[in-house]
Design a protein around this ligand. Sequence first.
Ligand code: C2E
Ligand code: CA
Ligand code: CA
Ligand code: CA
Length: 279
Amino acid sequence: VEQSTVNSVCYFEPYMKIKEADKYFYIHAIKGAIEGEQLRLLYQPKIDLNTNKIVGVEALTRWHHPERGVISPGDFISAAEESGQIVDITKWAINQACSDMAQWRKADIEDISVAINVSLVDFRSGALPQIIFKALNTNQISPHLLELEITESVIFDDADHVQEQIHKMNVKGVSFAIDDFGTGYSNLGYLSKFNVETLKIDQSFLKDIATNFHNQHIVKSIIKMSKSLHIENVAEGVEDEETAKWLRENDCSMAQGYHWAKPMAFNELVKFLEKNNSH
Ligand code: C2E
Ligand code: CA
Ligand code: CA
Ligand code: CA
């Protein structure tokens, strides 16, 4: 028994140290990333499964570090949440997205909605509505074109002012999507209490949907439930036609994934939109 404990400690510790060191690195470098314009916003199209048209995009952040190269959000967002710096990243992302939206309006591209990921830390800071209203106003963007993707951790936060902020933005026309749906809470009563427009079905359920009966049941019931509550649904992480076909057959309304497009830079998106929505 003693031997195996020693072994597991040996395997565990170096890994933890690297992670801790990374976190330390990120927290110290993020400030420079924002000020040094190392952050980039990519956009991934969201497809209407009936018409095959792009109905919106999700904004996803990348960090172009001068020495480390491209750092993905999975690596630095949690460190930024822990240090509170996520608030500055979110502010940057909102401003960038709104100024991009103003750009494609100038280019005479059909209005599509943009979804931005926001975290519980953004709500706890209390600054989110102000940041959003200001960015919309400065760029003359309709609040109806902006969607905020939140996880259930936001909905279930017990601080009153979190719910107040959701309400405040909601009445102005900003909409909300529940991200990674199905991975969080089992109490679904909140769906009728909050004005949530969209459920994003977590990509873990879609991976092997054509053959995994367990996941088929889960996804079918999410689709059925969202329809009965008049909530839109989006399947995430769709990588092949087989999955897309299954989703169409089971009345899923929208999807996102490498099957249609990877997240792309603004200039590429403009071309992609012109090509896809022109016929
Ligand atoms: P998410 O919001 O669930 O975003 C979906 C993730 O799946 C993205 O990863 C996207 O690039 C990836 N993805 C899309 N289609 C496919 C597919 O067909 N197959 C596979 N395997 N993956 C696909 P990404 O861009 O690395 O972002 C990871 C997570 O980081 C996001 O998960 C989101 O929670 C967070 N994130 C990204 N940008 C921001 C941001 O600006 N603010 C905050 N708070 N979080 C962000
Ligand atoms: Ca998301
Ligand atoms: Ca997600
Ligand atoms: Ca997520």
